[in-house]
Design a protein around this ligand. Structure first.
Ligand SMILES: [Zn+2]
Length: 471
C-alpha cells in the first residue's frame, strides 16, 4: 500500500527585543551562564512579570509578514509543567486568545495555512555533562520572547516542510522580527507527523518531533519518521502518540515521553498580566513601518528583467538584496549589476567566507565598476581583478584601474604603431589572411593584445587590425 504523510509545523522564533519579555534582563544570545537573570525571570516567589509591548509589536509584524489577521484582543495564559529549565514551573503563553490568526505562506507548489501565532516566553537551557553524570541549568534564555507559528496540517512532504520553514525564516528576517539563526536556536521547529493510506481522508496517529534546528534535520527527521510509521502500519501495528527527539548523529528518532494533551497543562488565564488591546490604528501604524517583503521584491526584480533564479539568489540574502538595490540606484542597469553580483561577487564572497552584511565595498563603488566594464573603460578581465582588489584591499575602482594601468586606451596611434610592427614581423600570417584564412586573424589579435598590454581596447584593436589587413 502507498502512504501519504500529513505534517503540521510549530515554529518557535525568538523576537529581536533588547530585553526579555517580562523583565529588563538582556535578551542577547549566549553570555556567561546564569549572568542574565533576575528574580522575575528566575521565578522567585513574589516577583511579578511586566509585559514589554515591544514584543507585541514584533509579533504583529510577524503576523503581517505571514498574512495573518491581527486580533484587537489577546490574552496570556499559564501553561503548567515542571521541567528543570523552567524555574517558575509554568510558562506564560497565549492559549485561548492568540495575537494573530488565519495566515498563510505560499511555497512553490501550494498555499500552507497558518492557524495562529502566539507570544510566549522561552525556557532555559539544560547542559548535560556525560563525564560528570550531571545536568546543569543555564537560565539566560528564560523569558526571552518567542512567537510560536502553528500551521494547519497542510504539508505533505519533507521538501514542502523545508520550503515552508525557509520561507517563514526569510519573511521574519525581512520584517526585522527574528534573526532566524537556526544554528543558534533562535528559530526552531517542532514537526507533527502522521501517515495515512493514499487518498484517505482520515489522518493517522501523529507523533511530534521536537526542536529541529536546521532545514536538513527537518528533512531527515521527516523521512525517517515516515519510514518508521509506514513500516508499523505495514506490519499491522499501531503508531503510538508520543513526543520524539531527533538524534542527528544517529539519524533516528527516540521517544521522549507520551504526548501531552492540552488538558495536561492545566492552562488558566495569567492573573499577573492584563489582556492586550490593540487598536486598528495601532495595527495600521505598524503596517506602515513594514519594509518590502521577499514576495514583493521578487515581483519588482522580475519586472526589472531579472530571471526568477537570479531574483531568488539576490532575495535569499537580505543584506545582498539591499546592496543590489543601492547599486542599481547609482547605475540603472539592473541586469548588468545583477550579473556582476551573481557571477563575480558571490563567488569571491564564498571563497573568502564573507557574508554580505560585512562587505566593505560600497554599492556606489560597485555600481561604478559595473559601468566601467560596460562602457569599455576597463576590459571584463580587468574588472574581475579590480573587484578582487576592492574586496581584499579596498579602494575605488577608478583608483585601482589607474594605479594598475588597466584603463583601456582609446588612443589609436599606439594601436596603429603596434599593428604595423606585428604585421611586418608576420608576413606569412598576412599572406594567409589575404588568401582567405579567417583563423589567422585570432592569432594576430593575440599578438596585438600581448604587445599592448591591459590597456588595449579589444574593439579598437580589432578595428585597426582589420583596416590594416584590408588596405
Ligand atoms: Zn530577568
Amino acid at each position: 500500500m502507498s502512504y501519504e504523510t500529513v505534517i503540521g509545523l510549530e515554529i518557535h522564533a525568538e523576537l529581536l527585543t533588547l530585553t526579555k519579555v517580562f523583565c529588563g534582563c538582556s535578551a542577547d544570545f549566549g553570555g556567561e551562564e546564569n549572568t542574565r537573570v533576575c528574580p522575575r525571570c528566575s521565578g522567585m516567589p513574589g516577583s511579578l512579570p511586566l509585559f514589554g509591548r515591544g514584543a507585541a509589536e514584533l509579533a504583529i509584524k510577524a503576523g503581517l509578514a505571514l498574512n495573518c489577521k491581527i486580533n484587537n484582543f489577546s490574552a496570556f495564559d499559564r501553561k503548567n509543567y515542571f521541567y528543570p529549565d523552567l524555574p517558575k514551573a509554568y510558562q506564560i503563553t497565549q492559549f485561548n486568545y492568540p495575537i494573530c490568526t488565519d495566515g498563510f505562506v505560499d511555497i512553490c507548489t501550494k498555499k500552507i495555512r497558518i492557524n495562529r501565532i502566539h507570544i510566549e516566553e522561552d525556557a532555559g537551557k539544560l547542559i548535560h555533562d556525560d563525564e560528570l553524570g550531571l545536568s546543569l541549568a543555564d537560565y539566560n534564555r528564560c523569558g526571552i520572547p518567542l512567537i510560536e507559528i502553528v500551521t494547519e496540517p497542510d504539508i505533505r512532504s519533507a521538501e514542502e516542510a523545508k520550503q515552508f520553514t525557509a520561507a517563514v525564516a526569510l519573511a521574519l528576517k525581512y520584517a526585522g522580527v527574528c534573526d532566524a539563526k537556526m544554528e543558534q536556536g533562535s528559530l526552531r521547529c517542532d514537526v507533527n507527523i502522521s501517515v495515512m493510506p493514499k487518498g484517505s481522508k482520515v489522518f493517522g496517529t501523529r507523533t511530534e518531533i521536537k526542536n529541529l534546528n536546521s532545514l536538513r534535520s527537518i528533512g531527515r527527521a521527516i523521512e525517517y519518521e515516515y519510514s518508521r510509521q509506514t513500516e508499523l502500519c505495514e506490519r499491522g501495528e499501531r503508531v503510538i502518540q508520543q513526543t520524539l527527539h531527533w538524534n542527528d548523529a544517529l539519524g533516528v528518532t527516540k521517544a521522549l515521553r507520551s504526548k501531552e494533551e492540552a488538558h495536561d497543562y492545566r492552562y488558566f488565564p495569567e492573573p499577573d498580566i492584563p489582556p492586550l488591546f490593540i487598536t486598528d490604528e495601532e495595527i495600521k501604524a505598524i503596517k506602515n513601518t513594514m519594509p518590502e517583503m521577499p514576495k514583493e521584491k521578487k515581483e519588482r526584480y522580475l519586472k526589472m528583467g531579472l530571471t526568477p533564479a537570479d531574483a531568488d539568489l539576490l532575495i535569499f540574502d537580505k543584506a545582498l538584496a539591499d546592496f543590489y538595490d543601492e547599486a542599481v540606484k547609482c547605475y540603472n542597469n539592473p541586469k548588468s549589476v545583477a550579473s556582476m553580483i551573481i557571477v563575480e561577487l558571490l563567488r569571491r564572497m564564498n571563497d573568502l567566507s564573507l557574508p554580505a552584511a560585512e562587505l566593505k565595498i560600497t554599492p556606489s563603488d560597485f555600481a561604478e565598476l559595473c559601468k566601467m566594464a560596460d562602457d569599455g573603460t576597463v576590459s571584463r578581465g580587468a574588472a574581475k581583478d579590480i573587484l578582487k582588489q576592492m574586496l581584499e584591499v579596498g579602494g575605488s575602482p577608478m583608483e585601482i584601474a589607474e594605479k594598475g594601468g588597466m584603463l583601456m586606451s582609446n588612443d589609436t596611434s599606439a594601436v596603429e604603431a603596434a599593428a604595423d610592427e606585428i604585421l611586418a614581423a608576420n608576413p606569412k600570417a598576412v599572406e594567409e589572411y589575404k588568401a582567405g584564412s579567417a583563423k589567422v586573424f585570432g592569432f594576430l589579435m593575440g599578438q596585438m593584445c600581448r604587445s599592448l598590454g591591459r590597456s588595449a581596447n579589444p574593439a579598437i584593436v580589432k578595428k585597426v587590425l582589420e583596416e590594416k589587413l584590408n588596405s
